[in-house]
Design a protein around this ligand. Structure first.
Ligand code: HEM
Length: 470
């Protein structure tokens, strides 16, 4: 029997809280840390209580969740037989998998700032979700009150922009996998197949026929848990916006650009836009697969403002038929090919990830260019799935980077988030006729600045960890 109340929150249901603070912690005293863990699921209020998937009538004002690295499980005293039952990629940790993830060049772990420069010290990430900083401060104080259980290695803090926009100016958080056991299909009028629960929780069938991900030992620890790739991804907004200008200027020199943007259609892209400005938006839309306002190219290839307007609940109602207006190379088509024919046919729906992220750093204001010492900005991303190797890593390795899913994009990387470099990066803007304009000298816009693979234990597993050694 599946018991939703045993699953940590923010996995099957997003919180939509305005702010997050991730506390990056090292276990200082294993006994104290274990009793702290036990206390987080005890129902007594001495430490923050872990939020579960239990239904709520009213959203709590603060939510609290934890993830443990492999080193964290070891520091807590998990048995060696139990540690040996975790999958290799989790055991090795994110930094050991850098090349697979495209963490190369200045994204390589040796350039990550503290606390991610000492990955073996990162044991636990405690995440507080709340509406304001005062609540974050209060819960952080409560979490670390004891002073003996953990050392605070660092903090990463993010906040939601109005309307779920993220740096680069796109509306995000539209497409998420839905689960038959949790979501009523009637509430989601789109053709996306419901994901089996085992896509995101250990112990249940997934999309691979007859294959179950190994539930780490003992079952009390592994079942109803899942894995998370926590990523600190810096975004070069200035570089992105100036590349759009560069691309638009180039397109204006190309014969055939009128097929991409018929003269006089600039107003369809946005009120009062110049030809160059309209082409910039077309390139931005093709790179993502959605116009910046979230309208998918698959449904509205010519304008971000279709008439009649697309209601919010229709923004995910599409697939990729052969003549789709969405480029094969776009970020959303790479990371979820939906029903499209791809080389790894069996993988179409098996790599789906739950995404829970929030921007960090100030929104970019084009009227106030950044000072040299301007704070970094980007995304604090959680990419959650039952198998880091078969989902997150497979997506990064052969779809986001390399582009193995379709011979027309093989050899290119995701235009928004891929490990591109000026010397080699390219992206094909697709025309209705199927012809393409190749944009070259595509640089890297998203740089990795830290992260960790964590295990998100169930509520009963947190209780189990709390009782170790007793
Ligand atoms: C700073 C980095 C990133 C930015 C700015 C970004 C931006 C976006 C945007 C604007 C969307 C469209 C909104 C939606 O469909 O919900 C999207 C969707 C998505 N992204 Fe990202 N993303 C980033 C990193 C990543 C990473 C690292 C991955 C995984 C390796 C990823 C996987 C996905 C997936 C699976 C979707 C949903 C696609 C679909 O179901 O159609 N993204 N992203």
């Amino acid at each position: 029997m599946f018991d939703v109340t045993d699953v940590q929150g923010n996995i099957l249901r997003g919180y939509r809280q305005p702010r997050v603070r991730h506390l990056i912690l090292a276990v200082a005293d294993a006994t104290e840390a274990r009793s702290w863990l036990g206390a987080t699921v005890s129902g007594a209020g001495s430490v923050p209580q872990v939020t579960s998937q239990a239904p709520w009538d009213e959203k709590p004002s603060v939510c609290f969740n934890i993830g443990l690295t492999f080193e964290g499980l070891r520091a807590l005293g998990a048995a060696s037989s139990s540690l040996a039952s975790f999958p290799t990629e989790f055991v090795e940790g994110m930094t050991a998998r850098a090349e697979k993830l495209g963490d190369i060049g200045d994204s390589a772990p040796e350039h990550w700032p503290a606390p991610f420069d000492k990955p073996r010290d990162v044991h636990l990430i405690a995440s507080i979700y709340a509406k304001d900083v005062a609540d974050l401060d209060r819960v952080q104080g409560q979490a670390l009150q004891n002073g003996r259980a953990f050392r605070l290695l660092g903090v990463r803090e993010g906040f939601n922009f109005h309307g779920d926009y993220v740096h680069f100016g796109y509306h995000d958080n539209i497409s998420q996998p839905r689960f038959a056991e949790i979501h009523d299909p009637a509430d989601y009028p789109d053709p996306q197949p419901m994901a089996p629960l085992g896509t995101v929780l250990l112990g249940y069938p997934n999309n691979f026929e007859g294959l179950l991900w190994r539930v780490p030992d003992p079952v009390a620890l592994g079942r109803n848990g899942t894995f998370n790739a926590f990523r600190v991804l810096a975004q070069d907004v200035v570089g992105f916006e100036s590349y759009l200008t560069e691309a638009a200027k180039y397109l204006l020199t190309q014969r055939g650009v009128d097929e991409l943007l018929p003269p006089g259609d600039e107003g369809k892209i946005g009120p009062g836009l110049s030809r160059e400005a309209a082409l910039r938006e077309i390139v931005a839309a093709q790179m993502c697969g959605r116009w910046r306002n979230g309208v998918p190219l698959a449904k509205s290839p010519d304008t971000p403002y279709p008439e009649p307007p697309l209601p919010e609940e229709q923004l995910n109602n599409f697939d990729y038929p052969a003549a789709s207006g969405c480029p094969y190379s776009s970020h959303i088509r790479r990371s979820n090919p939906r029903d499209a024919q791809i080389v790894q046919r069996v993988a179409n729906n098996s790599r789906r990830l739950v995404r829970r992220g929030m921007p960090y750093g100030p929104p970019y204001d084009p009227d106030k260019p950044d000072a040299a010492d301007a704070p970094e900005r980007g995304l604090l991303g959680n990419f959650i799935g039952a198998s880091l190797g078969a989902q997150f890593e497979a997506m990064c390795t052969d779809w986001v980077n390399v582009g193995l899913q379709d011979p027309r994009v093989t050899g290119s990387n995701d235009p928004l988030i891929g490990a591109n470099a000026r010397e080699t990066g390219w992206f094909d803007v697709v025309l209705k006729s199927g012809n393409t304009f190749r944009l070259r000298s595509l640089p890297r816009f998203v740089r990795t600045r830290g992260g960790a693979y964590t295990f998100l234990p169930s509520i009963s597993a947190i209780r189990y960890l709390g009782s170790l050694g007793k």
